[in-house]
Design a protein around this ligand. Structure first.
Ligand code: F6P
Length: 340
């Protein structure tokens, strides 16, 4: 039997732990083919054979040894069919797709077309439904919390408001958890917009009391009275995503102009995604990889591995990607207790 593995979308700490988990747990008669650069490798036929030796110790490394891309094979009939043709050429009996909602929705479409596919949910954003966590999220939260911790002392010394911008696209999971862990004085996430007046009100109260503030703001946050989201580039990628970013700087400017307080902005960006995964993400990635191989051996296709409490289970891929998982109000309400 020959099984292909690919990693698609943004890279994420823990991807290599999944790859190692798959390869190491594969019975000796299963040959593993690593597809390079996500779906792109199945269009361009770029691949590498993976053995136990190749994956030795890689679970501690950030990024993905296979490379990744945001290629969408369904953007044309030619590329869609090229993937099917190359899967035949490679004699793959099954494919394990490790990725976020974009990569997994492509996997679901190929499964509907008859391919033997298993999905593994990956994203620092933690926005995939029906799994408690995606690997990579824990690492991103730790990096974010560490950065916010550090900003307290400099904000306090200079009596400034510092806006820290964190990734997460349309959801605020990373921002709420990093902000809560590091005691941010205000947490702004896309799920619960506020007006500029409300933001200024909270910050003014805080500045009068303590003379400094650290604000965790998600890249996808849009104040209720702004017409559009702040973006770096209006061009979209192959899955239709705009590159978000800049809200931290915009808020720093507007709040300073309106209040006279000194402000600064820090963008954490890709720092949240780079580097070695936490022990939690190494273990979650490893368990996901082993479970994915188990599903392949059982011939249980069209499934995505998922975390439910302490158990690794499997669910239909569509359950993971049909709706995004947003931060619920109860959680934001808890975070609000610590604002100001
Ligand atoms: O989905 C993961 C993520 O890191 C988002 O949080 C962010 O908006 C996006 O990817 C950035 O993408 P890129 O690496 O293409 O700049």
């Amino acid at each position: 039997m020959r099984v292909g593995i690919l990693t698609g979308g943004g890279d994420c700490p823990g991807l290599n732990a999944v790859i190692r988990g798959i390869v190491k747990s594969a019975p000796k008669d299963i040959e593993i083919i690593g597809i390079k650069h996500g779906w792109k490798g199945l269009i361009d036929l770029e691949y590498v054979k993976l053995t136990d030796d190749d994956v030795e110790g890689i679970h501690i490394l950030g990024g993905t040894i296979l490379g990744t891309s945001r290629t969408n094979p369904f953007k044309s009939v030619e590329t869609r069919d090229k993937v099917l043709e190359n899967i035949k050429k490679l004699r793959l009996d099954a494919l394990i797709a490790i990725g976020g909602d974009d990569t997994l929705s492509v996997a679901a479409k190929y499964h509907a077309m008859g391919l033997n596919v298993v999905g593994v949910p990956k994203t620092i954003d933690n926005d995939i439904s029906n799994t408690d966590y995606t690997f990579g999220f824990h690492t991103a939260v730790n990096v974010g919390a560490d950065a916010i911790d550090r900003l307290h002392s400099t904000a306090k010394s200079h009596e400034r408001i510092i806006f820290v911008e964190l990734m997460g696209r349309d959801t605020g999971w990373i921002t709420i958890e990093a902000g809560l862990a590091a005691g941010a004085h205000l947490i702004l996430i896309p799920e619960f917009p506020m007006t500029l007046e409300e933001i200024i009100h909270i910050l003014d109260r805080r500045m009068k009391r303590k003379k400094y503030a650290v604000v965790a703001v998600a890249e996808g946050f849009k104040p209720t009275d702004f017409e559009t989201q702040i973006t770096i580039d209006t061009r979209t990628d192959e899955f239709g995503h705009i590159q978000l970013g800049g809200i931290g700087h915009v808020l720093a400017k507007v709040v300073s102009e309106r209040t006279g307080y000194e402000t600064r902005a820090v963008v954490l960006g890709h720092l949240l995604r780079g580097g070695t995964p936490t022990a939690f993400d190494r273990i979650l990635g490893t368990k996901y990889g082993v479970k994915a191989m188990e599903l392949v051996i059982q011939g249980d296709f069209g499934r995505m591995v998922a975390l439910k409490g302490n158990d690794i289970v499997s669910i239909p891929i569509e359950y993971g990607v049909s709706v995004k998982k947003f931060v619920p109000y109860e959680y934001y309400k808890l975070a609000m207790t610590f604002f100001g």
